[in-house]
Design a protein around this ligand. Structure first.
Ligand SMILES: [Fe+2]
Length: 294
């Protein structure tokens, strides 16, 4: 069958040449998942799906994860509003973390989410683009010697590191809030720290690098060495030729393979009006060799 996706860059991302009806057709599932594995990021330009259609499209690809704060009756939304405006989403502050490179869910329980789908509802006049880097290519491009050296490296990822990356100089009030949030997670039995291998061996046989702002430290080396190594690898993974920057149009849908790309948003003003609707697909592949450290 003719490939109905056109690459957006040589390394990552492809644009779908499809009509809305094709996208919402249950028969599209296998083709879409194969394209996601191949290209890492899929763009459905200005397709303008409603929330119900976005959920149906997501459910056709996998199991959808409930998100956000539970309602009093214990239920949760499956469509989450991504905005920095606390009037639209009480968790807006936590979303400031989206402006640094990351893989979603690295310190959460269970395998990292398989994929994330965003639909653009309103845009910021400035900033607000989303960037993706290919973490498979980041591994493949390493010299042989470095691949060997990194094979046994383990890196701890934590919520605290993620908070500090976003806000390196927290006020005492912010520190109190972080501690309260961590205590709540601990009481709920949720994970706050995990040691991941740097190199993820996927079931497909491919290998990728596991990095991002949730990196706390490299196990077994000094703090200075750890920082230098993480900075070097991040610069390598996110160099320009390995990145796709998406300039949003209202109605665009993007899906990315959370296990094969890192992503970040370019900064934008909290009151810019930017609003994305997000659905997330449950992980289907745990990172082999991961250990809980708290
Ligand atoms: Fe994210």
């Amino acid at each position: 069958m003719k490939d109905r996706f056109v690459p957006l860059t040589p390394r990552v991302g492809a644009k779908a040449l499809l009509r809305r009806d094709d996208v919402l057709d249950p028969a599209f599932r296998d083709e879409c998942l194969a394209a996601l594995e191949r290209y890492g990021v899929l763009l459905f330009p200005q397709i303008g799906l409603s929330d119900e259609e976005q959920v149906a499209f997501s459910k056709n690809l996998g199991e959808v994860i409930p998100q956000g704060r539970p309602r009093p009756d214990g239920t949760q939304e499956v469509v989450f509003k991504i905005t920095l405006d606390p009037r639209e989403n009480p968790s807006a502050e936590y979303l400031k973390a989206t402006i640094d490179w990351h893989i979603d869910g690295l310190f959460e329980d269970g395998p990292p989410p398989k994929a994330t789908m965003l639909s653009a509802r309103r845009l910021s006049a400035t900033g607000g683009q989303t960037e993706f880097c290919n973490t498979y290519a980041a591994y493949d491009d390493l010299p042989d010697k470095e691949r060997k050296d990194y094979e046994s490296l383990r890196i701890v990822h934590s919520l605290e590191a993620s908070n500090r990356a976003t806000n390196p100089n927290p006020t005492p009030e912010e520190q109190t809030r972080w501690r309260a949030a961590e205590a709540r997670r601990e009481r709920a039995g949720r994970i706050g720290k995990k040691a991941h291998p740097l190199v993820w061996h996927h079931r497909s046989g491919r290998k990728s690098l596991v990095l991002g702002m949730s990196v706390d430290h490299v196990v077994g080396v000094s703090e200075a060495e750890s920082r230098a190594l993480v900075e070097k690898l991040t610069a390598h993974a996110t160099r320009r030729e390995n990145v796709y920057r998406h300039e949003w149009e209202v109605g665009d849908i993007l899906i990315w393979d959370n296990c094969g790309v890192m992503h970040r948003a370019i900064p934008y003003e909290p009151n810019s009006g930017r609003l994305m609707h997000r659905t997330v697909l449950h992980g289907v592949e745990a990172i082999v060799g991961v250990e809980r450290t708290n």
